[in-house]
Design a protein around this ligand. Structure first.
Ligand code: CTP
Length: 395
């Protein structure tokens, strides 16, 4: 499914063609997209919000406040959530508001907040469409970066014939798919990402592990796949999952298994990003019987193979290698040491001293060091945003 993980916001305004948008929602959802619909008040006269919410699997939004209680529908969050915002059908009234920056509804306020590309698919009677005001608004919207999906000519609801028909849902859908395919700068690239902890078995019921949630590695895998990369995600035991297309997930338990999974594919990779918190040690002896209680107990540990170091020592010239370092003292010194020792291009430093950074959190605060000596400190941000920054190094 080409649109898995893509966030598409649909704005529906009050044109008779609004009913056609139900088909578009269905096509997008079938292709894996996350779809949220915002309607204008008059759109509800032409298409049922119940149909739109059932098909989109999300509540249809209309006003700044949710109906139950006075909870705010945050237009800023919606604008940031979207990868693409399509207003279809777009009436002459909405186009005029968009062009002048009027934001007297959730829909128009979200249009001003959106950072993603905004498209409009006008639909109206031929004279309204041909009117100089509408044409001026469209020309000026194009100047502001809005893409116009020009209406088709044909029979209109008024009975007149001319230009003003909403593009067919299949046509809009294909343009959306093409947009995401064209926006795939990592298409054709193979990327290996490791994520999560490893569990080193002591006996059939016990292990040595760590608190890594896998969120950082999964977010990187998803961002890379959404930009078109073919991702192999080697994951230790985690409770999260992903449904983004283009990710081949290989589940492992131990550092030895992770080593095998990674080294069996590393030669063919263009990029290797090791975000896993690999256990440095494993029990020297595995007891196949459950160990019984004793007064004291000693478990002898031996060193695990360093997967990243192995790949740094056996790398191809065209490969990009990125490692992570989690430190709580002398952070920069240790991170730079790992960058050099493991023969990496970049190292992403998490400091355990930063609030909201590291294991378990949904946020992270990192500094990225490169082998050519650059230092890129990033503010506290969501792991998705950190992943975007890391993946943008590759783009
Ligand atoms: N790593 C790895 N294999 C290991 C240990 C670590 O691939 N056996 C990778 C991690 O995924 C991370 C980087 O190496 O990208 C740094 O890991 P870290 O454990 O911080 O570094 P170490 O070199 O093991 O140093 P120390 O534990 O002493 O801080």
């Amino acid at each position: 499914m080409k649109l898995t993980g893509r966030n598409i916001l649909l704005g529906v305004t009050g044109s008779i063609a609004a009913y056609k948008v139900t088909f578009l929602v269905r096509l997008l959802v079938k292709e894996g997209a996350n779809v949220k619909v915002i309607v204008s008040t008059s759109a509800k006269e032409f298409v049922s919000p119940v149909v739109l919410s059932t098909l989109s699997k999300n509540k249809v939004l209309e006003s700044f406040y949710k109906e139950e209680g006075f909870v705010w529908n945050n237009h800023v969050d919606l604008g940031l959530w979207a990868d693409l915002f399509v207003i279809a059908p777009a009436t002459a009234n909405t186009l005029a508001k968009m062009n002048t920056g009027i934001c007297d509804s959730l829909l128009t306020a979200t249009i001003l907040s959106a950072r993603c590309p905004v498209w409009v698919a006008p639909a109206m009677d031929l004279d309204m469409y041909a009117h100089q005001s509408t044409q001026n608004n469209l020309t000026q919207l194009i100047d502001k970066g809005v893409k116009v999906l020009e209406p088709e000519s044909g029979q209109l609801a008024s009975g007149l014939e001319g230009q003003g028909r909403l593009q067919e849902p299949e046509v809009i859908f294909n343009q959306i798919k093409n947009f995401f395919t064209a926006n795939s700068p990592l298409s054709g690239k193979k990327i290996l990402v490791s994520a999560g902890p490893t569990y080193e078995r002591i006996d059939p019921v016990r292990f040595i592990g760590n608190h890594s949630s896998g969120k950082m590695g999964y977010a990187i895998a998803e961002q890379a796949a959404m930009l078109g990369a073919e991702v192999t995600l080697v994951s230790g035991p985690v409770s999260i999952t992903t449904n983004v297309a283009g990710i081949n997930k290989v589940m492992v338990q131990t550092a030895d298994e992770m080593f095998e999974a990674c080294t069996s594919v590393h030669k063919s990779m263009d990029v290797i990003i090791m975000a896993a918190a690999v256990a440095d040690f494993k029990p020297k002896h595995f007891s196949d019987k459950k160990i019984k209680k004793k007064e004291t107990m000693t478990i002898e540990l031996e060193k695990n193979k360093d997967i990243l170091k192995f790949m740094g020592a056996n790398r191809n010239n065209y490969q990009t290698l990125i490692g992570f370092a989690l430190e709580n003292d002398n952070e920069e010194f240790y991170a730079k040491g790992k960058l050099e020792k493991k023969n990496l291009d970049y190292i992403v430093l998490n400091s355990l001293n930063d609030k909201g950074a590291g294991f378990g959190h949904n946020t992270n605060k990192v500094t990225i060091y490169s082998k050519v000596g650059t230092r890129m400190p990033l503010p506290l941000m969501s792991k998705q945003e950190v992943a975007r920054e890391i993946v943008s190094l590759l783009v």
